[in-house]
Design a protein around this ligand. Structure first.
Ligand code: GDP
Length: 138
């Protein structure tokens, strides 16, 4: 079943000029880009996006990191998109991510881990609408 998910190319990847390589990797994996933008998150946006983590000890650091530079949110489409993106992305900690996953290739720490990927279809829907109005999904 064709499905949509949300990725964010995170500030460490933009800083290191890895945006093109990461998009190429995703395209090779059969994802079609349905919407994309480059932006700098405000603190309020980062706090709202990661609301589920507000009680976690790393929440403030995560917000500071995600607002430290530009990011690229993208809506991606393919069969089984949510699960496939999680596989291609790799474990949260790049040191534990499978070889050749995006986080293994481009991440540098459990926080600065290259990209975000929605963890369920429900969260994908919420996260896509966080960044893109329905009319921007092409
Ligand atoms: P994900 O679904 O693999 O992105 O992982 P989570 O939803 O658990 O965490 C969201 C994001 O918070 C991660 O992608 C990291 O950028 C950051 N993060 C997660 N765990 C830690 C941690 O233990 N320490 C720090 N500093 N950041 C973390």
């Amino acid at each position: 079943m064709t499905e949509r998910t949300l990725t964010i190319i995170k500030p460490d990847s933009v800083e290191k000029n890895n945006v093109g390589a990461i998009i190429a990797h995703l395209e090779r994996e059969g994802f079609r880009i349905v919407a994309a933008r480059m932006m700098r998150l405000t603190e309020a946006q980062a706090r709202a996006f990661y609301e589920v983590h507000r009680e976690r000890p790393f929440y403030d650091d995560l917000v500071a990191y995600m607002t430290s530079g530009p990011v690229w949110p993208m809506c991606l489409e393919r069969e089984n998109a949510v699960v496939h993106l999680r596989e291609v992305m790799g474990a949260t900690n790049p040191a534990e991510a499978n070889e050749e996953t995006i986080r293994a290739l481009y991440g540098e720490s459990i926080e600065r881990n290259a990209i975000h990927g929605s963890d369920s279809p429900e969260n994908a829907a919420r996260e896509i609408s966080f960044f893109f109005p329905e009319t921007d999904l092409v």
